[in-house]
Design a protein around this ligand. Structure first.
Ligand code: ACM
Ligand code: ZN
Length: 569
């Protein structure tokens, strides 16, 4: 009897303890820049919301979306109103905060989110969601404690430009997958999608004036198998986005505080366009949409005036679809072999009086001429250019922004010369690179090695000349897709490296802490599970795509493996 009574007492105590609603450990990524936690918690389920009437439409929509989601998962009805009735959850305009800044307070009085603009409200909501159980990201009612810890947060990003790149050319990603990509980027407070829409292997953007770009240029006859570039699987492959679809992506991204920056890569990486319009090449073709990877010798013929007419026509339609201040014009990997032999390109060199200087050849100067001419055209239409760091080779007109990809040197040099810079060094920011040295357990990738801790360790100001740091607009990771053949594989490469990226972009240097970040990933993995994303688990000692997962080797085993299987780059 005595024994029984004690057991009942213990059980009652246990139930009482577990029914005490507890907030989950604070594991927000990216870590807000100023956080003070205190004793106490607030149960959000069923609480009425107040959103000040003066807030803009986008903010009201984001608040309503969060309110609706909370009802869906908690099953507890509440009201949302622009009338102040002393509600406990309050979204209030505060003009003293920056555009992406927010103040978030949870205390005895309830929850208050303050911001001056949509970006701040959107990010306040992202932080609130990450403070709740991961099921907030789901669609069905679940039993969970919708409890927030008492906290005071004042948060703003370190960098204005927080980008992620996507290559839909080497492999094509549907509108739905592209939206998933945007969703998860927005969750981690990124605000730019660099959409690489043209390539040798496929032109992906509908241009009404040049229908063959997508009728012909969007399709290749096959794809090389593995790293045998001369092989082909013989399977016709391709796809493109209509202008309506691209507008849909622009609007979808904007609702998540993301600006889409489209890229037309010129004058190189143009084989797909040449296959459609061979008269734009130096030799006149015929050309075929490339079935292999690498850098093609065939590039646009810039001795012909019609090439510039073509580019300006394409850019005019692009500007109509994409409201972004920046248009990315590529500029990388443009061999000069055709221009050296083309009478028209050589005539243009002569006409312009280009002679080369130092290491810079006349043909390189010709590329500078192309960049300057396109830049002038875009500037006249109120837009600015971004180009890969090759655009620094030779003269570059004021107002260009340089994307440093061949390491950090291009960015450091550009800033010294007074240009704005976006840092995407392949050493840390190429997330098409392998995630582990155990390549036998990985799906085939392009090469390299960018682990989560390596990406996390990147410090954008390192190596900068003192006083030039302000030229760094921000940081971006690039996801090229030569070897990435499925949405699951794409997500496996993206996640959780995207989360590490978000802390490089958002957190002040003194807020970064890899151990704290790593511990927070447990919650992120639960969120990703609820949302149905595929993600890599290297940080938990597991390697491989779903269905092929294997434990990582011990340090000793790895050393032996690497000795027997030395890896190149
Ligand atoms: C690049 O990776 N070719 C910019
Ligand atoms: Zn030419």
């Amino acid at each position: 009897m005595r024994h029984n009574l004690l057991s009942i007492l213990a059980l009652t105590l246990a139930v009482a303890c577990t029914s005490q609603k507890q907030p989950q450990p604070f594991s927000v990524i990216p870590m807000p820049n100023d956080v003070t936690l205190s004793e106490g918690s607030f149960n959000l389920a069923g609480q009425d919301f107040y959103a000040e009437a003066a807030l803009d439409q986008a903010s009201h929509k984001a608040i309503a979306g969060f309110w609706d989601q909370l009802y869906k998962v908690s099953g507890k009805k509440s009201t949302l109103s622009t009338e102040d009735k002393g509600q406990k959850v309050r979204f209030i305009a505060n003009p003293n905060l920056g555009a992406e800044e927010y103040a978030l307070n949870v205390n005895d009085n309830g929850v208050t989110v303050e911001a001056s603009a949509f970006g701040g409200f959107f990010y306040g909501i992202q932080t609130l969601k990450q403070m709740l159980p991961a099921e907030i990201y789901g669609n069905k009612k679940v039993h969970a404690d919708w409890v927030l810890p008492y906290v005071s947060i004042l948060d703003a990003p370190r960098f204005d430009y927080r980008g992620i790149h996507l290559d839909p050319c080497r492999h094509f990603w549907s509108i739905e997958e592209t939206k998933r990509y945007i969703d998860i980027a927005a969750t981690y407070k990124l605000n730019r999608l660099h959409w690489h829409l043209t390539e040798d292997q496929g032109w992906r953007m509908e241009i009404k004036k040049y229908p063959k770009l997508t009728e012909v240029g969007a399709w290749r006859s096959g794809t090389c198998i593995g790293k045998d570039f001369d092989s082909s699987d013989g399977i016709r492959y391709g796809g493109f986005y209509t202008q309506d679809e691209m507008r849909e992506i622009v609007a979808y991204a904007a609702e998540r505080n993301i600006t889409v920056i489209p890229e037309i890569d010129l004058p190189g990486h143009m084989v797909a366009a040449l296959a459609a319009y061979p008269e734009l090449g130096c030799t006149g073709g015929p050309y075929e949409v490339w079935t292999r990877w690498g850098v093609a010798d065939d590039v646009l013929c810039v001795g012909k005036e019609e090439t510039f007419t073509f580019l300006q026509d394409v850019l005019t339609e692009m500007m109509d679809i994409f409201p972004s201040e920046y248009i990315h014009i590529g500029g990388d990997e443009c061999p000069k072999t055709r221009w050296q032999e083309c009478p028209l390109c050589q005539a243009r060199i002569k006409e312009l009086g280009l002679k080369g200087h130092g290491d810079i050849t006349a043909e390189q100067e010709l590329q500078c001429y192309v960049t300057a001419r396109i830049q002038k055209f875009l500037n006249e239409h109120g837009r600015k250019i971004i180009g890969w760091d090759e655009i620094l080779e030779g003269d570059l007109a004021e107002g260009a922004t340089v994307m440093s990809w061949r390491g950090t040197q291009g960015g450091i040099e550009a800033a010294k010369r007074g240009f704005d810079v976006i840092m995407t060094p392949n050493s840390h920011m190429y997330i098409d690179y392998y995630q582990s040295q155990e390549r036998d357990k990985e799906p085939l990738c392009i090469g390299g090695l960018v682990t989560v801790p390596k990406l996390y360790s990147y410090e954008p100001y390192e190596g900068m000349a003192p006083g030039t740091e302000d030229h760094i607009l921000g940081v971006q990771a690039n996801l090229w897709t030569e070897y990435i053949t499925s949405p699951e594989f794409l997500e496996y490469m993206l996640l959780p490296r995207l989360c590490a990226l978000s802390e490089v972009q958002w957190c002040n240097a003194d807020r970064k802490d890899y151990n704290r970040f790593d511990a927070s990933l447990d919650h992120t993995f639960r969120m990703l599970d609820v949302m149905g994303y595929t993600y890599a688990k290297h940080v938990r000692g597991i390697i491989g795509l779903p269905g092929h997962e294997q434990p990582a080797r011990s340090e000793e085993e790895l050393a032996k493996y690497l000795e027997e299987n030395p890896i190149g780059w």
